[in-house]
Design a protein around this ligand. Sequence first.
Ligand code: PLP
Length: 359
Amino acid sequence: MHSAHEVEAPIKVKRVARSRVQEVDLASVPFSSVFSDHMFVADFENGQWSNGEIQPYGPISISPSISALHYGVSVFEGMKAHRSREGRPLLFRAQENARRLQRSAARLAMPAVPESLFLAGVRELVRLDHAWIPDADKGAMYIRPILFSVDPSIRVKPAESCRFLILTFPFGAYFSAPLDVVVSERYVRAFPGGTGDTKPAGNYAGALLADQEARQEGFHAVMWLDGLERRYVEESGVMNMFFVFRDHIVTPKLTGTILPGVTRDSVITLLRNEMGFSVKEEPISIDDVFKSYERGDLLECFGTGTAATVSHVRRIRHKDKTLELPPVEQRKIGPAVRENLIAIMTGKVPDPRAWVEAL
Ligand SMILES: *Cc1c(COP(=O)(O)O)cnc(C)c1O
């Protein structure tokens, strides 16, 4: 259990005069279109973190010279809260996100947000804005922690002062059609020794052009290969990948260029320990994906990530070849693990690993 004594002083709360939640249809609001009433703000200055404060969501004032703007000294997280059938807010593996933000910060030579500050901020904010969480099965609240340098200087140096914000917004349970992805021949997302296994803002900026070109060609996302040999599948868009073969499941091994997704880890755990499948974490080349498909051995492919949980892949294009996988209704594993995981996140089934925290 988490104790309430982790932060020294209580978080100060400045509430909005009037909540906007009544104006929003939580079950149909598009992703990231309306933010909840409040946000959490904490500052790192002179080697110390403030206790943090909850304020009305709104514009913030920053110096135009901060290195977050000039050099991308900024890292973030993504996580979700669901509402249980009893109406309680539920967090999913929040500690993993706190730790990953610390690894991301370390990679950019930024001060770490203490786990206790991160978790206290998330819990207080979600409790305060709990009315913004859509009902169970109607959607979820997305939680976006972000840490960025606010040093008012364009000298290139590690951050000395930083701001940590947590924003939240509701999004409706939208139907997402299976994805068509295209293997990028031209661009790479990550390379050995780079920042691919953390979540700095720049990773996303660097992927935008490839994403735009893929969309212009009629695809939903890019499938990324490794940066050295351009042979091995790494991720798709901002999702970890799973390939379901006749007798086993493969997901690329975490070698330093792949983001260690919390959803990825959860899916591996459920597939192995609850559903009894053999999941191998190993390199998988795009040629092997196509060869297996041609032999009839590739049955399913899906991506995992916080926003969509599990996204089924329909088509994969590589050079002049396209493979097309069976319709989702005929798939056994992707839909089942998705349902299984969402049942845990929404508190419908026992949670032996204590992944879910009720607030
Ligand atoms: C955040 C992210 C993911 C998904 O991680 P989750 O913890 O499952 O949300 C996958 N790939 C990339 C590149 C990411 O940035």
